[in-house]
Structure formats: C-alpha cells, structure tokens
Design a protein around this ligand. Structure first.
Ligand code: HEC
Length: 542
C-alpha cells in the first residue's frame, strides 16, 4: 500500500516489511564497472517510472533520496526482486539476473542519499535490434505491433476474460532516445511536425481563449505558455507563466467565453487560481487558494473543468492505490471521485464516484455533460480491466475498487458491497486494458475533414501491466456528429514504440489550436507534436 511506505522509518522498521535476514546475503563486492552496469540497467528498466535522475516522477517515489537510501542494500535487493505489483512496482525476479539486481542496488546506493544530486544519467544503451515477438493478440485486444492510424476497435463487456486469465505483467516502458527516422504516424492526409522540444515533463495542455497554449510541466511545478504557430510549425513566443506550484496538472480558464478573469490550476492537493486576462504571458499575482483536495500518495493528476453554465467546477481526484478499500483505508476517502465545487471553492460534494483515475476531464460542448478519460486498475491480467472514456452521470458509480464494468466483482474484494453490484455503470467507450488513457478533448476545429467534427481525441500514455505493450498512441473516438459515442475508437497517432518493443515517446496531452491543428504533448521526448491536415501529400514533415 502507498500508505505503508510513508510509515517506514529508517531506524526501527524494515524497508517494506523486508524480512530480518534480508541483508544477511551481503552484496558481492561491486566494482565501479558494476555500478556503471547498474546505471545502464537503471536507465533502461527503471528510469521510465522513477525518472532519469532517480528522483521520482508524479506518484513514483524517489530512489536517490528517502527510504531507499536509508534501507540496507539487502532490503532494497529483496524488494526489487519481489516488487509490489498491486501498487505498480514490477517484480524483477525473472527480468533481471541476481547480478543485475545487485548492480542496480549498487548504483542506487552510489547516488549518495541525503538529497545529493546524482550524476547525470547516461543516454540509454544502444537499442536492442531484436524484434519483439510474441503470439499476435486476439481481437479486440491489441498491442503496439498492430496499432495503425485509422484502424477501428471496439471492446465490449462480452470480450472480458476472467480475472487472472493471464499473469499480471511487469512490463514498463523501456525508454530510448528517438532513433533517427522514428516519427509519429498519422492517417493519410495528415502531417506531423515537432512544434517544440526540451521541456521538462510536459503533461496537460490547454488552449486559452485567445489561442495561447498553456502546458503543465508537472514535475518542475511550472506552467508554460506557448504562442502562435509559425509557417514551419514552431512557436512564435514562449514564456513561463507560473512557478513554485505543487505538481500542477489541470488548467481551466474562467469564466468561459472570450474574456476570462482567472486561470485555475489543479495542484496535487489544492485548486488555486491566478488573475488572468487575454495575452498574459506571466502571472501578475500570487496564486489564490480556492479549495483543498486530497493529496498524498498515488495518482497525482487533478484536472479542473467548469460546467457550461459556469456554475460548477469539477475536479478529478484519482485513487491512492490500485486496490485499497476506502472503507478500511482512510487515505482513499474522497479519492477515485469527481469532486464538485462552486467556482469560489465552496459547496464541495461528490459528483461521481468509483472512477479509479479520471486523468482527463472535458465538458462535451454539444451536451454539456462532463466526460472522463480513465485509468482502470492493474494486477488482474493482460486483458483486464479496460481503461475507458465516458460521459459521467451525476451521482454515478463506476465500480472501483469493489466492482468493475458489467457487475464484475474484483476478486480482491470478494463478497464486499453486494448492494453496489447493479449500480456499476458501463462506460461509453471501453479501451484496451492498461492503455493509460490521459487527457482528452473534443475536436471543435475546422481544419480536419468534416467527419472529425465534434469527435474526441485522447492521449494513451501506454501500458506497464501488460505482457505486450499497448497504448502509446493518440486515439480518436468518432461521435458521428451526435455528441454520443458508439463504443468504437480508432488509432490516430502511433509509432512511439520500436519493433523491439522499446519506447521513445509517450503521449500525455491533447488540445486543438484555433486554426484547427492538434497539439500533443509527449513526456517521453519532452516535446509537443503538431498534427495538421494537408489533404494528402507528405505524412510527416521535419
Ligand atoms: C512501472 C513503473 C516502475 C518501474 C519500471 C520501476 N518501479 Fe520501482 N516503484 C514503482 C512504484 C509505483 C513504487 C511505489 C510502490 C508503493 O507505493 O508501494 C516503486 C517503488 C520502488 C522502491 C521503493 C521506494 C520507496 O521509497 O519505498 C524501490 C527501491 C524501487 N521501486 C526500485 C526500482 C528499481 C531498481 C527499478 C528498476 C529495476 C524499478 N523500481 C522500476 C514503479 C516502478
């Protein structure tokens, strides 16, 4: 459990309840070459989650500081061998040899603890040429090898396997620098350009009423603004709007319409707002505290949207864990919920619940409904539980943690809350399980072909809990001009995974520019991609 980790104290409790003899098997003497080898393994296997500098990313703990530094080497070795799958830490028992695990421990310990800055991480080791080969997936489930712009997919309740039909995989992204020639792939007639790069952990992106793009650089605690798109697809101006925020993610302009007075930001544990008028590139005052929201361990993204009538603010707060029961784990109270407030922060209530992690919120401009792009739970096997995109029913219950779609009980909560079984809402669009569906937006632009009008685009950050990677793409949910989904979705922007299975890019955010182009943030390359429709000709442009 996330909570248990915080309770570990260096002096008297063991690290993650490691057995007393965990350190008895003293590490073999490690040479500097071993530490270097440990670093290479770290960069390939661990950095995607714990960060290149091992200081943690979002809800993933720092290893360069904190308990990992105060624990005994044997305890760290024991823990990484076993992992803690239900909380998102893979087991490395079979993927790394004993020697490699000791080398990684050696490398982590060389980071010195006490907050000392680790040496800059080396670039990833040379990509392994070997092609990932596993049997092909059974439709409607897929994996990166079969994702292709324009392909339509539909997952239904009838497709769901039983829990544990396959093992729970620990297969996180193995990040490599973007190889020469690798580029995001869009459907015929679209062109993809690199809008900007060199950001730090770019996450959510939103278009301001005046057309500027606001981007949350979450791990840095900053909000960045980009202005304009030059003829060769670059920003005309950029500026840091605000610094010193606590894991900012959600961004919302208020009141809606052409002349907002504030920009609201979803921090880890609060909603704050800055005074804002069109054209501001820097905040002109300190943030005003609007509402406290549950922070703590686990999912950190807090998106913020306003109802079309401007009367309500909806804030999404993901769960602290994969599976913990809010009845018995106080830290889960008011999490895995959409919280509703008045725009001044008063009037808090639960708008919808049992939504494990609604990372991206958006209000459907046609119907006024709140929609969510949701990360469902892990640990039940390759093809469970589907992530989803859905309109959110006021007061609705989406199942977590006791149930999931279709009235299925999570086997880890057998027998609990039978009265909720029939309340579990089936989401509008079931995605491939473990896709990691992040920000979503409705396409209200005029540039793309007419059949895209009103459709949803969503960023799929990509799986870790699946034996063959899935996600790592931008998808389109066609609404056929109705404002409602049919359950289908399509691959739209793919190509972030190499044939070897190594990953160079990970989509996080999507927004539509005033000229109708689509911008996509990518925290793998720390870039923003620009997707335009050219009506044919080159698919990619540099
Ligand atoms: C898929 C993401 C992911 C990958 C890859 C990953 N970890 Fe973790 N790791 C986690 C999460 C999540 C936790 C926190 C688990 C919890 O809260 O109980 C964690 C916890 C840890 C901890 C305990 C830290 C603490 O403060 O309690 C150590 C040590 C650790 N990981 C080492 C590693 C090493 C070494 C590797 C690479 C061989 C690695 N991890 C790869 C996700 C990951």
């Amino acid at each position: 459990m996330f909570a248990a980790v915080t309770a570990v104290s260096a002096q008297n409790a063991s690290f993650h309840n490691a057995p007393a003899d965990a350190d008895a098997k003293a590490p073999p003497p490690l040479s500097p070459a071993d530490v270097d080898a440990g670093k290479a393994t770290y960069v390939q296997r661990c950095a995607a989650c714990h960060g290149l500098n091992a200081k943690g990313v979002a809800n993933i703990p720092s290893l360069a500081t904190g308990p990992t530094q105060s624990a005994k080497p044997g305890e760290v070795f024991w823990y990484i061998t076993k992992g803690d799958l239900s909380n998102g830490m893979p087991s490395w028992a079979t993927t790394l040899t004993d020697e490699q695990r000791w080398q990684v421990v050696g490398y982590l310990k060389s980071l010195g603890g006490g907050g000392a800055a680790p040496a800059a991480a080396a670039p990833a080791a040379a990509p392994e040429a070997a092609k990932f080969d596993a049997p092909p997936p059974t439709a409607p489930f897929t994996d990166f090898r079969f994702e292709k712009p324009g392909l339509t997919r539909k997952v239904t309740l009838a497709d769901l396997p039983k829990p544990f039909a396959t093992e729970s995989a620990g297969n996180p992204a193995r990040m490599v620098p973007r190889p020469e020639g690798a580029w995001p792939q869009a459907p015929e007639g679209f062109k993809v350009q690199l809008y900007t790069t060199g950001l730090t952990n770019p996450r959510l992106i939103r278009t301001a009423p005046n057309g500027d793009f606001f981007v949350a650089e979450t791990s840095k605690g900053e909000i960045h603004v980009f202005r304009g798109i030059t003829a060769d697809g670059k920003p005309q101006e950029d500026s840091v709007f605000a610094t010193g925020l606590n894991k900012p993610f959600g961004i919302a302009f208020y009141p809606q319409g052409p002349n907002p007075k504030w920009v609201y930001i979803g921090n880890l544990d609060s909603v704050v707002r800055f005074p804002y008028k069109n054209g501001d590139l820097k905040a002109t005052a300190a943030p005003e505290h609007i509402a406290g929201i549950p922070g703590g361990r686990g999912h950190t993204t807090r998106d913020v949207r306003f109802s079309l009538d401007g009367k309500k603010m909806w804030v999404s707060v993901g769960s602290g864990s994969n599976v913990d029961d809010p009845d018995t784990t106080p830290a889960e109270k008011d999490r895995a919920d959409i919280l509703e407030f008045n725009p001044d922060g008063s009037g808090r209530r639960i708008y919808a619940y049992g939504i494990r992690n609604c990372v991206g919120e958006e209000v459907n401009p046609k119907t006024g409904e709140l929609w969510c792009s949701v990360n469902e739970r892990d640990g039940l096997g390759d093809n469970l539980v589907p992530d989803y995109i859905t309109s959110v029913k006021p007061g609705g219950f989406y199942g977590w943690p006791w149930w999931y779609m279709g009235g299925h009980q999570d086997p880890r909560h057998e027998g609990k809350h039978p009265e909720l079984k029939d309340k579990v809402i089936t989401p509008d669009v079931l995605l491939n399980p473990h896709n990691a569906s992040l920000q979503m937006t409705f396409y209200e632009g005029k540039q793309f072909p007419a059949e895209y009008a009103g459709d949803i685009f969503a960023a799929e950050h990509g799986s870790w809990n699946r034996s063959a990677r899935v996600g790592y793409e931008v998808i389109r949910v066609p609404l056929h001009g109705t404002g409602h989904a049919t359950g289908e979705y399509q691959d739209f922007l793919t190509g972030f995974v190499l044939p070897s299975g190594q990953v160079w890019g990970r989509p996080v955010g999507v927004t539509v520019a005033h000229d109708g182009a689509l911008l996509v943030t990518d925290d793998g390359t720390n870039s923003i991609w620009l997707v335009t429709y050219t009506g044919g000709g080159a698919k990619t442009g540099r």
